[in-house]
Design a protein. Structure first.
Length: 368
């Protein structure tokens, strides 16, 4: 009798643990995103070229496993310096004007990208990518310059606080504070604004979408336009392209392939610990938010990159919720190819599309 009771207790405990793990898994993962699909969007076909081959050779050598930083302060510092160095060898016909502002107990800084004849009334907040750990106003000069040149807008690239020294909540609050600041402040100080856009790539695209959702509060002026390039929208890693495009994404593969080998529950727990939020929290995974009444939004992504389905599913859900979101895709291009205008013409094509979209939504249009 005692043995039967012990066996029954064991079965009850195991069942309880199993059910608890399932509940924890579902809580961390959030809703099943597989139901969001879209077939109708703009597709640009890319042909092989010498420039594209040289670009992939460059990326393979730059983002190899051996060149990924170790988890130490010096490792991250070296990677950040390398990102900046790649931009510093380029030539620009503009002014990069440093600026800063105080927020509560700290100071935030960044740089304005200003071309001749810029309009201080039309401003763009640029949020750089870099997996929330690297990147700066310097590393992304190639793309802020190209945007400023095409639009004549004053483009401010924010240096939000980076992991691992700071938490994700810091990068989120920094972007919100910067948006509030840019609504009232231009390159020459306090100045009224006519139109504002937020642009971000990769991790910065995630932050730009977070700002887009946050700006729906009635007391906040909503951006005239949101533009995101290869954004991460889902921190639960549900997108099938994470695995499907592992071999065609030389930039993200070295960073993510070890994470993708983990058991799913282990990965979600690790992300919870690292992010300080459930991976399905809309603050870090915009796709889990309610997506109605969004500002006009343009998303550009390559079908060859690991974050491809992050974009498709976000657009599908946003359209289902009645929002105006435009999706443009290119094939056979790397993650955030727009920054490699010195290698491929497709970068210029994408930048021209961004300029057109901004013009349609109230910002200056000076396409070159």
């Amino acid at each position: 009798m005692l043995e039967k009771y012990s066996m029954l207790s064991f079965i009850v405990i195991i069942t309880f643990v199993f059910i608890s793990l399932i509940c924890v898994y579902k809580s961390l993962r959030g809703e099943n995103l597989g139901k969001y699909t879209i077939d109708s969007f703009i597709k640009y076909e890319v042909q092989s070229s010498d420039g594209l081959s040289r670009l992939y050779d460059y990326l393979q050598s730059t983002f190899s496993i051996e060149k990924q930083p170790v988890l130490s302060r010096s490792g991250w510092s070296n990677k950040r310096e390398a990102f900046d160095a790649a931009a510093l060898v380029r030539e620009y016909d503009c002014e990069f004007r440093k600026d800063q502002f105080s927020v509560r107990d700290h100071v935030l800084d960044g740089a304005w990208t200003l071309v001749e004849g810029f309009s201080s009334d039309n401003r763009i907040l640029y949020l750089h990518g870099g997996a929330y750990t690297v990147g700066s106003d310097v590393s992304h000069r190639p793309i802020t310059y190209q945007i400023a040149k095409r639009t004549k807008c004053a483009v401010f690239a924010l240096n939000y606080r980076l992991m691992p020294e700071f938490d994700r909540k810091n990068s989120i609050s920094d972007c919100q504070d910067a948006y509030d600041w840019i609504l009232n402040t231009g390159p020459d100080g306090l100045h009224p604004i006519s139109a504002v856009a937020v642009i971000g790539d990769s991790a910065g695209g995630n932050l730009a979408l977070m700002l887009s959702h946050w700006s729906r509060k009635p007391e906040i002026k909503s951006p005239n336009a949101i533009v995101v390039l290869s954004p991460q929208t889902d921190c639960t890693f549900q997108s099938p392209s994470m695995q499907r495009n592992l071999t065609t994404d030389p930039m993200l593969k070295p960073l993510l392939r070890r994470l993708l080998k983990m058991p799913k529950l282990t990965l979600l727990w690790l992300l919870y610990w690292q992010l300080g939020y459930k991976p399905s929290d809309p603050l870090v995974s915009p796709i889990f938010d309610e997506l109605s009444n969004l500002p006009p939004t343009l998303i550009q992504v390559s079908s060859s990159e690991m974050l491809f389905d992050d974009s498709l599913r976000y657009v599908a859900k946003a359209k289902e919720h009645g929002s105006e979101v435009k999706l443009q895709t290119w094939n056979n291009l790397p993650h955030v190819w727009q920054i490699f205008d010195n290698f491929i013409n497709e970068a210029h094509d994408a930048l021209d599309e961004i300029s057109k979209f901004l013009s349609i939504n109230g910002l200056n249009d000076h396409i070159h």
